[in-house]
Design a protein around this ligand. Sequence first.
Ligand SMILES: [Zn+2]
Length: 320
Amino acid sequence: MFNHKYFLDLTDLQYKKVRLPWKSKLSRFALWSVAAVVLTIIYSWVLNGTFGSPKEKELSQEIENLKLKYSIMGMKIDNALNTLDDLELSDGNRYRPVLDMDSIPVSIRNMGTGGVERYEDLVGYSNSGLMLTYRKKVVEIKNRATIQFESFRAIEEKKNEWKREMEYLPMISPVNIIYRLGDGMKFRDKHPVLGTPQWHHGQDFSTPYGTNVYATGSGKVIEAGWNSGFGNCIVIDHGYGYRSTYGHLSNIKVTTGLNVKRGDLIGLSGNTGTSTGPHLHYQIDLYGQHKNPLYYFNDDLTEDEYFDMIQTLTAQSKFR
Ligand SMILES: [Zn+2]
């Protein structure tokens, strides 16, 4: 609105605008400006006090989002801890017993839940407790996972060692399984040739003369030649305390010192030495003790052959 003031000029009898001096104009302007600023401040103060500023609204929304993210992260952390629980359980109850390994001592496991971490940087915030809990759990996961990782590495090494060992152990039949089993490991009242009572320390296979004889596990040939009782005879040292003996052969295809693999052809069956007819005498010793070879035919039997073997074993079990 125009709010001009007028006065009557008596010299010419006309109304004229009152012209304020510039100082008055300036002071008026200053007065209005101050009033406007004060009003704006009061207005903002009242408005912000009631509803919060846009910036504050943005921040509080951000805080809510962070809280949500924190709780999701918390769930993930707990899931990770549960998974660790399962892994540790399998480690102790499944893998280690199967591989004949000791459990990880509790004192070592507990090192994963302790630690010397400091948390000063988290103290003094409104959510310090929450953050502290999560941080501690993360540290626990890190420590326990490191211990578990080392454990799995040890298990892997042990497994590989066992795998190597399994290649060396005498674990198949030395002749094709179609051949009939002869005398097993038992006490003979009368040796077929010598006629005296004697222990029979191996398993005989009734084979035609010249049947292929195979190494039953990898190893080194330590004997390949004449043996007074077993005639032409081969002995293989498989390591791990195991030796296998193949007697009464007609032909020897290996020499002493040769390394052989499981399944290699090493000789032909025969009737040499103290023998009454063509057959193979097969024997397994573990650290010098005779073992029943039938317990070592592991992976090349059909179901029927397996049950035949079990029957034979049951009949012989008292001599084991
Ligand atoms: Zn025999």
